[in-house]
Design a protein around this ligand. Structure first.
Ligand code: 5AD
Ligand code: SF4
Length: 474
C-alpha cells in the first residue's frame, strides 16, 4: 500500500478561516490525506488566506515565495493551493504574480476540493495551467463538506467553532467581506444542531457560533420559518454535553431584544460580547456606512449590561479612516473611556481595492494613523489590564482546555476568554472547574481550583482538591 499523502493547512485571518481549515482537512481526510504540522513534509500545502487588510493579503505572497525556495532547496515538488479570501478576491491574478501555485480555490468551493486536487494532480508539473475555482455555486457547500472524525474532534480539544452564517449585506465602506464572502447566508437550525451534537459526542464542551454578521442570523427552523440567533443559541445550549456557548462577530444594529434576553436567561451563554464599533465619531460612522451612531452603541451596551450585569465587552476599532480629524479621533477615545473594554482589536485603516472608502478623497498619512493607533492601544491596554487586575480574588468557572507549560499544569479559559493556569491532572481536560484567581499577569491569570466537575467527583472520579498554583510570569 502506498504511504498516505500529507496535508498541511496554514490559516491566516479570522476564526471562520480556522473553521474552514478544519472542514477542508476533514474533507481531504476522506481522500486519504493525513494532517501534518510542518509545511516541509507535506505533499499538499493549503494557504488559507485573509484579504481584510493589505498586510494580511500580502503575507500570502511572501509565504508562497518561502515555499518555493524550500521546495527548490529540498529538490522536491509539493502541490500548493491558495484558499480563503485572497483566492476569492484575486483569483487568476495569483497565478500571474506567484509561480508554483497549482490551485486557487475560493471559500464557497471548498466542497469541490477532492475533484480540484485530483485534477491538479493529473496536470502534474504543468503549473502554468493552474486551476482557479472562485464561483459562488448554487449548492450549499455545507451539505458536501465532510464532518470531522471522532479522532479529529478529540485532537482539536474541548472547544470548537461552528459557522452558522456567512457573508455580509451591510457594506461598510472600508470592508472587503461582502465581496470575498458574498451575500449573507444562514445555515438551517437542524443542520447546525446536528453538527453541534456530533462535536459534543466527541467531547466538545464549548461552541462558538461564528458568522461575519452572526447576530443577523436567520436560518430556517424545523417548520421552515426563520429563527433568530437567540433561538439558535437556546437550542445549542440544550445539546447534551454542551456547557458553554459564545457567538461572534456581531453588529450593534442587530442586538435585538430576544438576544439580549438570552444573555439574561441562559447561564451557558458566556458573559463576554465582541461588539465592533469601529469609531466613536458620528461623522466617521456615517462615512463608514455603519448604519448607527455612537448613541445607539451606548444604548446597546446599557441594554446588555442591564440584562447581564457581569458582562464584559470587546470591540474592533479602525483609526485613520479617510477624512478622520483630531476631533473624530477624540470621539473614539471618549467612547472607549465611557464604555470600558475588557479586550479589543484595533487597526490602522487599510485601503482595500474595490471598496468605496478606497476612493474617498482625504486619505490620511501613515504617521497620523500611527500616532492615533499608539494612543488608542495604550488606552485599551490600560483598560484590559484594569479588567484583569479586578479578577484577582474572583471565583469563576473555567473550562480546562490543554496542558500548560510545566508538568502538572493545565490551561483553561475564563468566561471572559482569559487564559487561566491551574494545577490539575491531564484527565481533567474537558471539564469545568471553579477557580479562585490568585495572580494576574499580562498574558494570563492563575488560580486555585476549589471545585468542579472533575474535582467534586463528577465523571466518576474521587473528589479532590489541588494545591496552590504558581504565578505565571508574563
Ligand atoms: N482597514 C483596517 N481594518 C479593517 N477591518 C476591516 N476592514 C478594514 C480595513 N479596510 C477591521 C474591522 C473589522 C475587523 C475584522 O477588521 O475593525 O471589524
Ligand atoms: Fe479575513 Fe474577512 Fe476573509 Fe475572515 S472573512 S479571512 S477576516 S477577509
Amino acid at each position: 500500500m502506498s504511504e498516505p499523502r500529507k496535508l498541511y493547512v496554514r490559516s491566516f485571518g479570522c476564526q471562520m478561516n480556522v473553521y474552514d481549515a478544519q472542514r477542508m482537512t476533514d474533507t481531504l481526510a476522506k481522500e486519504g490525506f493525513v494532517e501534518t504540522d510542518t509545511a516541509e513534509d507535506a505533499d499538499l500545502v493549503i494557504l488559507n488566506t485573509c484579504h481584510i487588510r493589505e498586510k494580511a493579503a500580502e503575507k500570502v505572497y511572501s509565504e508562497l515565495g518561502r515555499l518555493r525556495v524550500a521546495q527548490e532547496e529540498a529538490g522536491r515538488r509539493q502541490m500548493v493551493a491558495v484558499a480563503g479570501c485572497v483566492a476569492q478576491a484575486e483569483g487568476a491574478e495569483i497565478l500571474k504574480r506567484a509561480r508554483g501555485v497549482d490551485l486557487v480555490v475560493g471559500p464557497q468551493s471548498y466542497h469541490k476540493l477532492p475533484e480540484l486536487v485530483a485534477d491538479a494532480e493529473r496536470r502534474g508539473s504543468n503549473r502554468r495551467a493552474g486551476i482557479v475555482e472562485t464561483e459562488f455555486p448554487v449548492e450549499d457547500k455545507f451539505d458536501f463538506l465532510a464532518p470531522p472524525s471522532r479522532q479529529a474532534i478529540a485532537r482539536r480539544g474541548p472547544t470548537a467553532f461552528v459557522t452558522v452564517q456567512e457573508g455580509c449585506d451591510k457594506f461598510c465602506t472600508f470592508c472587503v467581506v461582502p465581496y470575498t464572502r458574498g451575500a449573507e447566508v444562514s445555515r438551517p437550525v437542524a443542520k447546525i444542531l446536528d453538527e453541534v451534537a456530533r462535536l459534543a459526542d466527541g467531547g466538545v464542551r464549548e461552541v462558538t457560533l461564528i458568522g461575519q454578521n452572526v447576530n443577523a442570523y436567520h436560518g430556517a427552523d424545523a417548520g421552515g420559518r426563520p429563527a433568530g440567533l437567540a433561538e439558535l443559541v437556546r437550542k445549542v445550549a440544550e445539546v447534551p454535553g454542551i456547557a458553554r456557548v459564545r457567538y461572534t462577530t456581531s453588529h450593534p444594529r442587530d442586538m435585538d431584544d430576544e438576544l439580549i434576553a438570552a444573555h439574561r436567561e441562559l447561564p451557558a451563554l458566556m458573559p463576554y460580547l465582541h461588539l465592533p464599533v469601529q469609531s466613536g465619531s458620528n461623522r466617521i460612522l456615517a462615512a463608514m456606512n455603519r448604519k448607527h451612531d455612537r448613541e445607539l452603541f451606548f444604548a446597546t451596551v446599557e441594554r446588555v449590561r442591564a440584562a447581564r450585569p457581569d458582562i464584559a465587552f470587546s470591540s474592533d476599532f479602525i483609526v485613520g479612516f479617510p477624512g478622520e480629524t483630531d476631533e473624530d479621533f477624540a470621539d473614539t477615545m471618549d467612547l472607549v473611556e465611557r464604555v470600558g473594554f475588557a479586550g479589543a482589536f484595533s487597526f490602522k485603516y487599510s485601503s482595500r481595492p474595490g471598496t468605496p472608502a478606497a476612493t474617498m478623497e482625504v486619505q490620511l498619512p501613515e504617521e497620523v494613523k500611527s500616532q492615533r493607533i499608539y494612543a488608542l492601544q495604550a488606552l485599551l491596554d490600560r483598560q484590559k489590564a484594569a479588567f484583569d487586575a479586578a479578577c484577582r480574588g474572583r471565583r469563576f468557572e473555567i473550562l480546562l482546555e490543554k496542558p500548560g507549560r510545566f508538568p502538572g499544569q493545565l490551561i483553561g479559559r475564563s468566561p471572559y476568554l482569559q487564559s487561566v493556569v491551574v494545577e490539575a491532572p491531564r484527565e481533567a481536560i474537558g471539564t469545568l472547574a471553579t477557580v479562585e484567581v490568585r495572580a494576574v499577569s499580562t498574558k494570563s491569570l492563575s488560580g486555585d481550583i476549589i471545585g468542579g466537575e472533575f474535582f467534586a467527583g463528577g465523571a466518576g472520579v474521587e473528589p479532590r482538591l489541588v494545591g496552590q498554583s504558581e504565578t505565571v510570569e508574563a
